[in-house]
Ligand binder design. Structure first.
Ligand code: SF4
Length: 63
């Protein structure tokens, strides 16, 4: 499983970070970082919750 973020839509509000901090992080420039290596270490259900938490529909699960 892989996750993509549409940076034109992301407003860095941190909701996905709050949902799954192992995978999502905001860097010091408020850019979303996705830790791809951690994606498979958390449940698919939690990833789904994080993706659904985005009010900007900026996250997409691929693969
Ligand atoms: S929840 Fe959506 S808008 Fe908020 S930081 Fe995550 S990807 Fe960006």
């Amino acid at each position: 499983m892989a996750i993509e973020v549409d940076r034109n839509l992301c407003e860095a509000n941190g909701l996905c970070v709050a949902a799954v901090p192992e995978v999502f992080e905001l860097d010091s420039d408020e850019e979303l970082v996705i830790h791809e290596a951690a994606v498979d270490t958390v449940s698919a259900e939690r990833i789904k919750v994080a993706v659904a938490s985005c009010p900007r529909y900026a996250l997409r699960v691929t693969g």
